[in-house]
Write a protein that binds this ligand. Structure first.
Ligand SMILES: [Fe+2]
Length: 414
């Protein structure tokens, strides 16, 4: 009697150790297929069964699909199809099915399983169910000893199968979460594309209204991105400044076309009306939920100046963000190098002189320095994908401009 008690205790300890190992294996960070395989080997080892398999249940295919196999032919079609009625029986049963004596309602299913898995002499089919959901199954072949499964085996099986069901269920949830995240990311990308296209359409509408500023917004956006990239803006902020460049003059949409295209000097009232466009533009944009930051503020302040003489708020240098300074700079540069209703475009040399004359008053020194560096690199061919030169309508002498930019480089960097 004492010997029997001691043997029972050893068996119980062995089973507890097995279950602990199993739960450690299942919660390990190894790739899922390796975890399932190790789990199957552990289950088979505990029961002294040389052949078996773990299946996951595929809801779309309505079939059990093997995910770990031991001791039988993996190249055969081992998918086990199931009808919806059989599925309900398996969920309701939630315990092992002896393939030699199938319960009512599962005879057809068992027939199919037995035929498909004849090469492993399958004896038991254990459905894996968690929260009334069919997750998969374990199929077990005969014991190595050829003896029947005993009560201890049947006591151990539900504990092991529950752990495996939870592990497979968690993995499937993880996969579906990953899929959802991929879908959300794709939707977000599509939304960004739509934003881009819409904003570009707006930019074309703005520039079309003003006969003299064809593609002005597009050039401002490109120049601004060239500077921002050189200043190591993040990907999101580069996109943001591009959008702000395209939309900076959106307020002009409500300004009288006659005033915008007037060749004579503007009256005080006409000037005041034009000066409303940053304010109107920022109000138009303010309620749009852009994925980028500060677009409305950049639009509102793109005519502010470091010396406080800009509009609409008369801000000072310290109040202006770097993005505002960039857009303000490239807006003025493009205005100077293209024809306007009231004057012809300036030469590049004169434009550079003009910028230097208003350094720190209208133009930020750091932004100017970076822009001139890019311009020089584009002229000397150092940049493979020039963004400024292809848009410049003013002819210039490359040698003279390069010398001028070299002479300014030291002054601007100090
Ligand atoms: Fe403007």
């Amino acid at each position: 009697m004492a010997r029997r008690t001691s043997t029972d205790l050893r068996k119980h300890l062995f089973h507890i150790a097995t279950l602990t190992d199993l739960s450690e294996e299942i919660t390990s960070h190894r790739p899922f297929h390796r975890t399932v395989k190790a789990t199957l080997y552990m289950v088979l080892g505990t029961l002294s069964v040389p052949r078996g398999a773990i299946f996951r249940f595929d809801r779309e295919e309505l079939a059990f699909v093997p995910i770990a196999i031991k001791g039988f032919d993996a190249s055969k079609d081992n998918h086990l199809p199931v009808t919806r009625a059989q599925m309900r029986h398996l969920i309701g049963r939630n315990r092992y099915v002896a393939l030699g004596s199938p319960p009512p309602g599962l005879k057809g299913f068992v027939q199919g399983v037995r035929d498909r898995l004849a090469h492993m002499q399958a004896q038991y089919f254990i459905p894996l169910v968690t929260r009334k959901e069919l997750i998969g199954a374990i199929v077990l072949g005969p014991k190595l000893s050829r003896r029947s499964y005993n009560q201890e085996d049947f006591d151990l099986l539900p504990v092991m199968s529950n752990s495996i069901a939870v592990a497979i269920h968690n993995h499937q949830m993880f996969l579906s979460l990953q899929e959802k995240m991929r879908e959300i990311k794709q939707l977000y990308e599509n939304m960004r594309e739509i934003y881009y296209d819409t904003v570009k359409a707006f930019a074309v509408a703005i520039d079309t209204k003003d006969a003299f500023t064809q593609n002005h917004s597009l050039r401002v956006a490109k120049y601004a991105v060239a500077i921002a990239r050189e200043m190591h803006f993040s990907k999101d902020d580069l996109e943001g400044i591009y959008i702000a460049g395209l939309l900076h003059d959106i307020g002009k949409i409500v300004i009288d076309k006659v005033i915008l295209n007037k060749e004579q000097t503007l009256s005080k009232d006409e000037k005041s009306e034009i000066h409303l466009h940053p304010l109107i533009g920022s109000e138009i944009i303010r309620n749009i939920k852009f994925p980028w930051r500060n677009i409305a503020d950049i639009i509102r302040h793109h005519h502010e100046r470091g010396d406080g003489h800009g509009y609409p708020d008369g801000l000072n240098d310290a109040d202006l963000s770097l993005a505002v300074k960039i857009i303000s700079f490239v807006d003025a540069f493009d205005a100077m190098t293209t024809d306007r209703p009231y004057r012809r475009r300036m030469s590049l040399e004169k434009t550079i002189d003009e910028i230097c004359a208003y350094l720190n008053l209208q133009f930020d020194k750091r932004v100017t320095n970076v822009f001139f560096k890019i311009l020089k690199k584009e002229i000397t061919g150092e940049l493979p994908d020039p963004q400024i030169l292809p848009n410049l309508e003013v002819p210039f002498d490359a040698k003279i401009i390069t010398q001028l930019l070299d002479a300014l480089a030291y002054e601007l960097s100090t």
